[in-house]
Design a protein around this ligand. Sequence first.
Ligand code: KG4
Ligand code: ZN
Length: 345
Amino acid sequence: MKDHSPEDVLILAIESSCDETAAAVVKNGRTVCSNVISSQIETHTVYGGVVPEIASREHIKAINYVIERALAEAGTSLADITAIGVTYGPGLVGALLVGVAEAKAIAYAAGKPLIGVHHIEGHVAANFIENPELEPPFVCLIVSGGHTHLVIVRDYGEFEIIGRTRDDAAGEAFDKVARAIGLGYPGGPKVDQAAKEGNPEAIVFPRGKVEGSPYDFSFSGLKSAVLNYLNHARMTGEPIRQADVAASFQKSVVDSLVSRAMLAVEEYGFDKLAIAGGVAANSALRAAMAEACRENGVKFYYPSPILCTDNAAMIGSAAYYEYRKGNLAGWDLNAIPNLKLGERG
Ligand code: KG4
Ligand code: ZN
């Protein structure tokens, strides 16, 4: 491989926690040598969401090819790889198992160390890839299909959770509202797109607050408000402007996310804020957060959209920091579908 010296740590990373089969080669935690993603979205679209059994089968079909391509695109081979990193939770158990079994088999056969990575730790690490100067501590807003967490990243892989959703995750809210207004699956990107044509002030939806917990989120009330609005409009025969509903809903979510994140940065005295997870790809969130950070003199970090949604490059980055700490997994590494953040199974 070009530009590679014997001291470099090359991680082959594998991610299969949901509906993306992904493999990547990452050098020294920050340089992406390859990043291959095989999406199953089209297979699941007809069902309106991810079907776990189908996801597992699709991972099995794709994984060897995806890994071979990741190695080939990086211009390397297993012999040059330092260690194998793999997502072992949280996620769909059958989907996770495909990646974990594959990583164990490769690591064992090639005599390489194995590293188990927390999927959400991976999402946070996506920020290290394009921001070489970013180092902990900083505040991070993690917004994905399954998680909405406000954390202080104390050190690599060390998180203090200061806020979380009490009900739906932000991405889940996007997906449910998208379905309700007929945009289909996957909802987040479609709402993002539709909202560009809509008026965010057209409908005033509630900004979910959790009494006494200033950093917590709640999106189920917002989702109900959107459903009530749609029912009411249908009953009274009022026209429903899909783009206005999308833009107004999105504005409510973005306001909630930005206000909590800015409060955390201010109250805890940080001058660095990062966002992570699939919803971090949302154009309105990125714009609003950038503006709030500019106004408050806070440095704002965000991954490219392709590194926000599920990928293995972020897993390779997180695996590197676990490797440096000596956190290696045994051959008994198992998939943990409900693995908590900051917990090692
Ligand atoms: O991080 P991710 O790829 O998978 C999980 O770990 O959950 O996040 C997927 C979530 C989905 O709910 C999807 O609708 C949402 O991220 N998402 C978006 C956008 N792109 C993906 N939500 C809003 N705007 C987007 N542009
Ligand atoms: Zn994810």
